[in-house]
Write a protein that binds this ligand. Structure first.
Ligand SMILES: [Zn+2]
Length: 83
């Protein structure tokens, strides 16, 4: 079963002067699918290209924001197992 998912990587920045948490996109993303596809974090262009060539035509694009690193990837793997 294919249900490709695009995860845009974000990183946490130091809080601003008022103490609000801030995040910014890193320019990297990861394409994953329950069938085992997992590109790891690569450039958004490459990840989007992999996603497009993998997704079923007409499939709704699913983009998630998430932090990078091994903790995020193990969370993704856990999410995919649940589905
Ligand atoms: Zn797949």
């Amino acid at each position: 079963m294919h249900a490709a998912h695009l995860i845009a990587e974000i990183r946490t920045l130091a809080p601003d002067a008022d103490g609000w948490a801030r995040h910014e996109k890193t320019g990297r993303a990861c394409a994953v699918c329950p069938c085992g596809l997992n590109t790891g974090f690569i450039s958004i262009d490459q990840a989007a290209e992999t996603y497009r060539s993998h997704a079923i035509p007409g499939q709704k694009v699913r983009i998630t924001l998430g932090g990078g690193g091994e903790a995020m990837l193990s969370l993704i793997r856990h999410m995919l197992r649940k589905g």
